[in-house]
Design a binder for this molecule. Structure first.
Ligand SMILES: Nc1ncnc2c1ncn2[C@@H]1O[C@H](COP(=O)(O)OP(=O)(O)OP(=O)(O)O)[C@@H](O)[C@H]1O
Ligand SMILES: [Mg+2]
Length: 479
């Protein structure tokens, strides 16, 4: 999408002045709303409308400009304000600046002076917002920028993220549990034109159906027993930013219908309200389920599926990108040993082998949890094999996904089995195709067709170069 217009709200009970200002500012390329009643202006903010700048007359019925500014800043604390003052009321204007207004302009308005001040105030707003969000990122220990992935599969994901981030399209992220779906969603937001605005995440499966509507759309005061105040709802909190809906496949039919409406109209209706509110939100959804399959089984609305499956991003399971294991391990080691104030310098070769041979059903999250555990357990400077949890030795973990499934079509299960078999085989031959073909009892050419059908790349099963570099030949991994 092209760069967004800055939004200005003009408030003056002199309607003729209002019209002139609106017209001039629109000619300068701003999005301008104009109202003659300060209470109506406040209502806009309360309804979730957001502006970069409030231009308001000081002397009005209902609320003074300064009072309006203070109330609006309670809702949006980086909002900038310029106050118009009539001749002889400069003192009030100075007072307004002390209370947080960016500046004031005296009437009759000098439009050149006004347009310079507007540009500066908007610049300040944008800087403040950027700073505010950077602080949030830093507070979150750079979680978003720290997305590790050397494997070709992850490199593909990164370049897709970079390509699609600046579009306004809905993105559907698919991947098993713990593969980094939320992290990818944050990365998309950070690379988008919305990076200055909020990124709001929620998990649809974790919230009971009745509460999910309230969570997403909010309610008005008194809309149900116990609703003593109004609630904004996440769509409004995320206004002009990104809303990430995790586990979207778990939404009830009723909620699916409501989500579809928002996507189609760009409007929400808080519970108990008969007023619709425009929202400007970029949607990213994620699921570990196969949505297409859910559609076929009539468990997910087809129309909604096509609305959200606009740009799919697939996060591969960790067992299919083994060369990411060691870099991720090192990354988490640094994070957790730093946090615990421990100096860990080396990892035994046997540990590296176990990590590389393990199936990682819980993907990156499981690896991260294991590192946290290892750091806690490690008593000196070396991670030794005896510290590893027994589960990493468990070959059964490998076939768990296939065996624990209820009865399903043979073709589906056979495909899954074949893929796991091939992964296991490549792991055994360390990516050697001839040897693998021989063991599988295939001619080399046929064997190529077979593993390509499953999107497997034998190269990814070779000992990763990152490991070699940091490892003494056939020895321990230096950290
Ligand atoms: N590529 C990566 N680089 C660094 N850390 C990662 C990466 N992928 C995932 N993580 C970390 O692993 C953990 C799990 O990731 P995340 O929550 O994004 O996964 P998820 O796919 O949303 O999981 P779930 O399906 O359970 O919601 C997080 O702590 C995240 O920071
Ligand atoms: Mg998640």
């Amino acid at each position: 999408m092209s760069e967004k217009k800055s939004r200005i709200l003009v408030v003056d009970d002199a309607v003729d002045i209002l019209e002139v200002i609106k017209m001039r500012l629109e000619l300068l390329g701003y999005h301008v709303d104009a109202v003659s009643d300060p209470l109506e202006a406040l209502e806009k903010f309360e309804d979730g409308e957001r502006y970069d700048l409030l231009l308001t007359d000081q002397k009005m019925d209902g609320l003074t400009g300064t009072e309006l500014m203070e109330k609006c800043r309670e809702i949006d604390n980086t909002l900038q304000t310029i106050i118009f003052t009539a001749f002889g009321t400069i003192e009030q204007a100075v007072e307004a600046v002390k209370k947080g207004a960016y500046s004031y302009v005296s009437k009759p308005i000098d439009h050149n002076d006004l347009s310079v001040k507007i540009a500066q105030a908007i610049e300040k707003r944008s800087l403040l917002n950027r700073m505010y969000h950077l602080e949030k990122i830093i507070g979150n220990q750079f979680r978003f920028v720290n997305m590790i992935g050397n494997s070709p599969a992850m490199q593909k994901v990164f370049s897709k993220i970079a390509q699609v981030a600046t579009t306004e399209s809905t993105i559907a992220i698919y991947g098993e549990s713990g593969t980094g779906k939320e992290l990818a969603a944050r990365a998309i937001h950070l690379h988008s034109n919305r990076a200055d605005a909020p990124f709001i995440a929620t998990n649809c499966a974790a919230i009971p159906e009745t509460l999910l509507e309230d969570e997403l759309f909010g309610h008005i005061k008194g809309s149900f027993t116990g609703a003593s105040g109004a609630k904004e709802g996440l769509f409004r909190t995320a206004n002009r930013g990104t809303l990430f809906l995790d586990e979207v496949g778990e939404m009830s039919e009723a909620m699916q219908a409501k989500l579809l409406r928002v996507i189609e109209t760009g409007e929400i209706k808080p519970i108990g309200s008969d007023k619709v509110i425009k929202v400007d939100v970029r949607l990213i959804v994620a699921t570990k389920r196969n949505l297409k399959e859910l559609v076929e089984k009539n468990k997910f609305r087809e129309d909604l599926y096509y609305r959200i499956h606009v740009i799919p991003v697939y996060l591969p399971p960790l067992r299919e990108r083994k060369e990411d294991i060691i870099p991720l391990f090192q990354h988490f080691m640094k994070k957790y040993s730093g946090r615990a104030g421990k100096k860990i310098v080396r990892v035994e070769q046997a540990v590296v082998e176990r990590l590389m041979n393990y199936n990682w059903p819980g993907n990156v999250r499981e690896l991260e949890n294991m590192v946290e555990y290892l750091v806690a357990m490690c008593q000196d400077e070396v991670i030794t094999e005896d510290l590893l949890p027994e589960t990493t030795r468990d070959p059964a973990a490998f076939s768990q996904t296939t065996l624990s499934m209820p009865l399903r079509p043979l073709r589906e299960v056979r495909d899954e089995f074949t893929k796991e078999y091939l992964i296991n085989l490549f792991r055994h031959t360390k990516g050697n195709v001839s040897q693998a073909a021989q063991i599988a009892g295939y001619y080399r050419a046929d064997f190529y067709k077979l593993f390509q059908k499953y999107d497997l790349d034998p190269k990814t099963f070779k000992i990763p170069p990152g490991t070699k570099k940091t490892q003494k030949a056939g020895q321990d991994l230096e950290l």
